[in-house]
Design a protein around this ligand. Structure first.
Ligand SMILES: Cc1cc2nc3c(=O)[nH]c(=O)nc-3n(C[C@H](O)[C@H](O)[C@H](O)COP(=O)(O)OP(=O)(O)OC[C@H]3O[C@@H](n4cnc5c(N)ncnc54)[C@H](O)[C@@H]3O)c2cc1C
Length: 375
C-alpha cells in the first residue's frame, strides 16, 4: 500500500475562496491543464483527495516521446521497442516504429507538478452548485472549473455508474521482479473480451487483466495470469476505464481525461490522451485568463477540439467490439499477418497520431520561463 500523505485531523483546516481557475483532480489530466497555465498570472487552485502522486492510477506505460516532451523523462523506468502478443495458438513479436516506456507514477506526477505555479490542497470533491464546488473542507468558487477527476465525472449530472455505463474494468498486481518484454495476452482463458498484460518497470512487473465487459470480474484471472507467469499476486491496483468519448464541456464545466472519456477504446491507453486534451484545455483557459478569449469562446473551442476526435474514438470502439468475435484459431494467423513491418509502422503511426507527442513539444510554460525542461 502507498504511504498515506493526505492531510488528516487538525491539518484539515476549512477551505474557501474565489480563484480564477479551479482544477479538480491532480493526476495526468489536471496536472497537464495546470502546466499550461504557469506564468499566466492567474490564481489557479488545484485540488485532489490525495497528495500529488500518492495513489497510482494505472500500469503507467506511455509513448516515450510523450514523456520526453512533457519534461518527465526522469520518471521513466524501462523502455521497449517491441511488443509481444500472445494468443492461445501462437505468439507474435512486433517491432514498433516508436518506443513505449513504463514510469514511476509518483515521480512523474511530481515532475509535472514542478511545472506549474498553482496552489494545491487535498480535499474530496462532493459536487457543485453552479460554479461553486463543494468539498469535504468547504466551498470553492471560480469562473473556470475543470473536472479532471477521472471516470466518475463528479461535476456532471447525472452520475455515471458501472456496470451500466460504457466502462471497461482493469485490475493489476505489482510483484517485484524483472523482464525484458512488454507483453499482452488476447486469450479467453483470462478474459472473454479484453486482454491481459505484463509491463515490466525495472524492479517490478505490472501484471493485469482488462475487460471491455464491465460485468466480467477480473480478479480471479489477474491472479491466474500472475500464477502462469510465476509472479506473486501482490499490491493490487484497479479501476474502471471509460471506453466512450463524452461531451468535454457541460453546463459551463470543462472535462479532461477519463472524465471526458478521453481514454482510447481497445487499448485502454488514457495517459497520453489525458496529457493531450489537458494541454488543449490549458491553452484555451490561458487565453481567457490573459484576456485574449472569453469563457464562452473557450467552452466552444475546447468542445469542438475534443469532438473532432470523435470518429477516431468510434473507430477504436468498433475494433474493440470486433476483436473478441474473431474465433481463437484465426486470431494467431491474423496477428501474424498484421505483423508485417510495413503494416505495423502504418497502423502504429496512425494510432500515435490520434494524440501525437509533438502537441506537447517545445511549448512547456517552464521552458517559456527560461528554465530547463528534462529531456
Ligand atoms: C489497471 C489499469 C491500468 C492502466 N494502465 C494504463 C497504461 O499503462 N497506460 C495508459 O495510457 N493508460 C492506462 N490506464 C488508463 C489510465 O489510467 C487512465 O486513462 C488515466 O489515469 C486517466 O487520467 P486522468 O487524469 O483523467 O484520471 P485519473 O488518473 O484517474 O486521476 C483522477 C484524479 O482525481 C482524483 N479524484 C477522483 N475523485 C475525486 C474526488 N471526489 N475528489 C477529489 N479528488 C478526486 C484522484 O485521486 C486522481 O488523482 C490504466 C487503467 C487501469 C484501471
Amino acid at each position: 500500500m502507498p504511504t498515506r500523505r493526505t492531510k488528516r485531523g487538525a491539518e484539515r483546516t476549512p477551505l474557501s475562496g474565489d480563484h480564477d481557475v479551479l482544477i479538480c483532480g491532480a493526476s495526468f489530466a489536471g496536472l497537464s491543464v495546470a502546466r499550461e497555465l504557469a506564468g499566466s498570472g492567474a490564481r489557479v487552485m488545484m485540488i485532489d483527495r490525495y497528495e500529488v502522486g500518492e495513489r497510482q492510477t494505472s500500469a503507467c506505460a506511455a509513448p516515450t516521446e510523450w514523456l520526453q516532451n512533457m519534461g518527465v523523462a526522469g520518471s521513466m523506468r524501462q523502455t521497449f521497442d517491441q511488443l509481444v502478443i500472445h494468443t492461445p495458438h501462437g505468439t507474435s513479436r512486433y517491432k514498433l516504429p516508436w518506443a513505449f516506456s513504463t514510469f514511476d507514477y509518483r515521480t512523474l506526477c511530481e515532475l509535472l507538478d514542478d511545472q506549474n505555479d498553482a496552489s494545491f490542497e487535498t480535499a474530496k470533491v462532493d459536487g457543485r452548485t453552479g460554479n461553486t464546488i463543494h468539498t469535504d473542507r468547504g466551498d470553492l468558487t471560480a469562473p473556470l472549473v475543470v473536472d479532471a477527476l477521472g471516470w466518475r465525472r463528479v461535476l456532471a449530472a447525472p452520475g455515471y455508474q458501472p456496470p451500466d455505463a460504457p466502462l471497461s474494468r482493469g485490475l493489476e498486481v505489482h510483484p517485484h521482479g524483472s523482464s525484458d518484454d512488454l507483453e499482452i495476452w488476447i486469450d479467453r482463458r483470462y478474459v472473454p473480451a479484453g486482454y491481459g498484460w505484463s509491463f515490466p518497470a525495472r524492479d517490478e512487473v505490472r501484471v493485469g487483466v482488462g475487460s471491455f465487459d464491465p460485468r466480467f470480474h477480473v480478479k480471479d484471472t489477474t491472479v491466474l495470469l500472475a500464477e502462469d507467469l510465476q509472479r506473486d499476486a501482490v499490491r493490487y491496483q484497479g479501476n474502471w476505464i471509460p471506453h466512450k468519448l463524452r461531451d468535454s464541456t457541460a453546463d459551463g464545466i470543462f472535462f479532461a481525461g477519463d472524465s471526458a472519456g478521453h481514454c482510447l477504446p481497445l487499448t485502454a491507453e488514457g495517459i497520453r490522451t489525458a496529457f493531450y486534451f489537458g494541454i488543449a484545455l490549458g491553452r484555451e483557459l490561458r487565453g481567457v485568463v490573459e484576456g485574449r478569449s472569453t469563457r464562452a469562446a473557450a467552452l466552444a473551442a475546447y468542445h469542438a477540439f475534443s469532438a473532432q476526435h470523435e470518429w477516431k474514438f468510434r473507430w477504436m470502439l468498433r475494433t474493440q467490439k470486433a476483436v473478441p468475435r474473431v474465433p481463437p484459431r484465426l486470431l494467431a494467423p491474423a496477428i501474424r499477418a498484421m505483423g508485417a513491418q510495413r503494416f505495423v509502422n502504418w497502423s502504429f503511426d496512425h494510432y500515435l497520431n490520434i494524440a501525437p507527442p509533438s502537441f506537447a513539444a517545445g511549448v512547456s510554460p517552464v521552458a517559456r520561463a527560461g528554465e530547463p525542461v528534462a529531456a
